[in-house]
Design a protein around this ligand. Structure first.
Ligand code: PCA
Length: 325
């Protein structure tokens, strides 16, 4: 008898607890510009799972991949105004607003994962402060693989791109195109195959990850592994939405974010060679840049580093100095 009552009572407690939990479930929407097969998206989904588990389901985040909810240029404002509570974007796309956000897109400055990680660690307080000032909190960053040059023919030099329509994805790659004597055209990753097929773009700089995501072999034929820089995606949240969580849930989000950052960087590095291999298997010519290309890249990098230092003010100067130490 007693045990029946005990289990009935336990059952009632469980029902009322789960009722309370679902009443308190907070739902966040998380737009990202990148598709489901992308490694950033996979990493974000794991972050979301871990947050769900660690908060006992109190915080449920829905990932909206491939620019399906908001397009990249809309994501920052979406998070800032609270239309969505959390989002992912390529941080350097904000480079016109403040050059600090483009710390990662200077060719030749940080060209390996170790260097990019060092640069990020140095720049992070400045990035965080700018987002906080605008009512947002930086949760984690993950680097794309090193950037290489995609073309439709064999090239001896980057100067061969002169006069071509060069797809750019941020102010720095638009400047890169100009310095090559090419015409920059902004195209989001989600629209790449259509843009190339329509002849709106003829060459670009990007990672092997994007080549594989968008099946570059259908519209491009050459990949020069210039390893120019490693641009980063950031995941960030609306500060008021974050502050509205309980302390335990805020801690859970930050812990899952730290894990996502470590995992994402490791994944990016681990997958990099495989992306290039896949492109080669699909028939693209994948190889090292020529000596001429390497020299051109160094020169362009020097110009862009000087321009960036001019624009990025004292914080920018401090970042470069600390990085070169
Ligand atoms: N892929 C993204 C940004 C950097 C990268 O490697 C893109 O091409 O849009």
């Amino acid at each position: 008898m007693k045990s029946v009552f005990a289990s009935l009572f336990a059952g009632l407690v469980a029902v009322s607890l789960s009722g309370a939990a679902s009443a308190q479930t907070v739902k966040w929407d998380m737009p990202t510009p990148y598709p489901d097969g992308n490694f950033h998206t996979a990493n974000n989904r794991q972050f979301v799972d871990e947050v769900g588990k660690a908060t006992g389901g109190r915080l449920a985040i829905t990932v909206h991949s491939n620019a399906s909810l908001l397009k990249l240029p809309e994501i920052k404002r979406g998070v800032q105004t609270g239309t969505v509570q959390i989002g992912e974007l390529l941080v350097s796309t904000l480079g016109n607003e403040d050059a600090i956000f483009a710390f990662d897109s200077i060719p030749g400055l940080a060209t390996s994962y170790a260097q990019a990680k060092k640069l990020y660690a140095i720049a992070k307080p400045a990035l965080s402060a700018r987002l906080e000032k605008q009512g947002m909190i930086l949760l984690y960053s993950v680097a794309w693989p090193p950037q290489g040059v995609y073309a439709k023919k064999d090239m001896a030099a980057l100067a061969d791109l002169k006069g071509l329509k060069f797809r750019s994805y941020n102010p720095a790659t638009a400047r890169f195109a100009q310095l090559l004597g090419a015409s920059p055209v902004t195209v989001q990753q989600a629209e790449l195959p259509q843009a190339f097929r329509a002849g709106l773009a003829e060459a670009m700089i990007s990672s092997g990850a994007t080549g594989v995501d968008t099946q570059a072999w259908d519209y491009l034929s050459n990949y020069y592994d210039t390893q120019a820089f490693l641009p980063q995606n950031i995941v960030f949240a609306n500060k008021a939405a974050f502050d509205a969580l309980s302390e335990a849930d805020r801690k859970a989000v930050l812990a899952a974010a730290a894990a996502a950052e470590a995992r994402g960087w490791a994944e990016s590095e681990k997958l990099n060679e495989g992306f290039k291999k896949t492109m080669a298997e699909k028939g693209m010519k994948v190889g090292a840049p020529t000596a001429t290309m390497a020299a051109e890249l160094t020169k362009i990098g020097e110009t862009m580093a000087a321009e960036w230092a001019d624009k990025a003010g004292p914080d920018g100067k401090a970042i470069i100095e600390a990085f070169k130490k």
